[in-house]
Design a protein around this ligand. Structure first.
Ligand code: EPU
Length: 451
């Protein structure tokens, strides 16, 4: 298995529109589940095995981080084996700063294993401020002494971390994971209120339960965890990635084709499916596959992103492109990350998408960015005629928007910065080619002079 890194130095793709995209895509496990499972496995007293692992760059980054701490990580096909270290290193090296968001999740496990920890500043897509204050406050509540330094976060604890009561200010995915990972081995009971309950989090909780943790999911976004003395290794197979599944359904729809996605359950996709249906797509579902085609044509929609089970923020970027190809004015209100909407909007607008951005909360209830100056709503006019362009993609999800916009544009496009895409999508070049898109690697090229 490769680690998802591009072959050779090229980080650009050349895309020629090639008509409707059609075919089957079987999605693998999600990047946002595998990396967290890898962190959990570090706490086991024996080996863990995880199957259906996606071939994405983030797995490679997380593998490197864990190996640098002395953890054994073996990749074999779509299976990963984690052998916990006899004595794990307590510090994640500076060279892993800014690559992804996983190091912050290691603080709790490292505190359990070493009573001290340092992780460098975390990265991930630039889609908002993305502070780590909820993580830091949660760890303090478990009894750790935590200091945020210029280059990272340092923590220590005298003795064992203690179970606690935490209410998150917002149901953050990462902070919920920090609490679950930390509570599993803490002394006594932890109650977490206002937790995130995204499917990838439930998957992590189930994996921890397999490792011997005592985790209870109560109604009303509440986890109760009774800490245990030790966790053992466990085996699991990851569920399919709902972000990838939606991205490929949209790739089919936007080009007037039909893509069938397998390996991702209907339950995970319920809001994505109902949204596509509201736009006029005809969706067929059976136990193995979900497919969508444009039916009699797509029409505009107003939607806001939300925590699960709402319309997830990561689905927003491909939806942008679909909105440009739907009849009428669509409205999109991003309520999770204050800065996320600008990236796909910029890419799609560079290709001729008619998009207007607003700081106000449009098309739904006011969100927590209401009183800020954050650009977090958009009006998209459809049908916009997209034209090929030379664009630099700024992040993972906006990157996919650029590619599917190029697939439906008039003329050829060059998409720079595809390493972002390869960090999170499983072999995206091969998959898009298998659907009939004329896309190939090319050398990075100088952008044409601005007009
Ligand atoms: N937040 C804080 N303080 C914190 C933590 C979060 O203010 O300490 C805020 C964030 O700034 C944001 C909101 O809470 O406004 C939600 O952030 P969350 O913590 O839920 O996001 P995350 O854990 O950083 C994960 C995924 C994202 C996905 C979001 C929302 C990973 C590695 N990343 O991010 O995925 O969009 O949850 O579901 O799991 C992607 O895959 O491309 C991606 C960005």
């Amino acid at each position: 298995m490769s680690t998802g890194a591009p072959a050779g130095p090229a980080t650009a793709w050349a895309v020629q529109p090639s008509g409707p995209l059609r075919g089957d895509v079987r999605v693998s496990g999600s990047k946002n589940a595998i990396t967290k499972h890898m962190v959990a496995a570090v706490m086991g007293s024996s080996t863990s095995t995880i199957a259906n692992v996606p071939d994405v760059g983030d797995v490679g980054i997380t593998t490197d981080v864990l190996r640098s701490l002395g953890v054994g990580v073996e990749l074999d096909g779509d299976r990963i084996t984690i052998v916990p270290a006899d004595e794990i290193d307590a510090e994640v090296a500076q060279r892993y700063s800014g690559l992804n968001r996983i190091p912050i999740l290691l603080l709790g496990p490292l505190l359990h294993l070493r009573q001290e920890a340092f992780v460098p500043l975390v990265g991930g897509d630039r889609i908002g401020a993305r502070p780590v204050d909820f993580h830091v406050e949660a760890l303090r509540s478990f009894g750790a002494e935590v200091v945020e330094t210029e280059d990272g976060v340092r923590a220590k604890v005298a003795g064992r971390l203690k179970g606690t009561q935490i209410t998150l200010p917002y149901p953050s995915v990462g902070a919920t994971e920090t609490v679950l990972l930390t509570a599993a081995l803490a002394a006594g009971r932890t109650v977490l209120n206002n937790a995130a309950t995204e499917p990838e989090i439930i998957e992590l909780a189930l994996f921890l339960q397999r490792m011997g943790a005592r985790v209870e999911l109560s109604p009303g976004r509440r986890f109760v965890v009774d800490g245990v003395e030790r966790l053992h290794g466990a085996s699991t197979r990851l569920e399919g990635d709902r972000l990838e599944a939606f991205s490929y359904l949209v790739a089919g729809l936007v080009t007037g084709g039909q893509v069938r996605v397998g390996g991702c359950s209907q339950e995970r996709m319920v809001t994505a499916i109902s949204t596509l249906q509201r736009m006029g797509a005809e969706v067929e579902i059976d136990d193995d596959w979900i497919s969508a085609h444009p039916g009699q044509g797509l029409s505009a929609i107003a939607i806001h992103t939300d925590t699960h089970p709402g319309f997830m923020t990561d689905w927003q970027s491909p939806l942008f492109v679909l909105m440009t190809q739907a009849e009428g004015m669509s409205v999109l209100h991003e309520t999770v990350f204050e800065d996320r909407i600008r990236y796909p909007a910029t890419v799609v607008a560079a290709m001729g998408g008619e998009i207007e951005l607003f700081t106000t909360c449009l098309g739904g209830p006011a969100c927590r960015f209401h009183d800020s100056n954050a650009v977090h709503s958009a009006v998209v006019r459809g049908v916009s005629k997209l034209r090929g362009a030379h664009v630099e993609i700024p992040d993972l999800r906006a990157g996919f928007s650029g590619v599917i916009a190029a697939a439906v544009a008039e003329g050829s496009s060059v998409i720079e910065g595809v390493h972002h895409l390869e960090r999170g999508y499983n072999r995206p070049l091969d998959t898009l080619q298998s659907l009939g898109l004329d896309v190939r690697r090319t050398d990075p090229q100088p952008a044409p002079p601005a007009r």
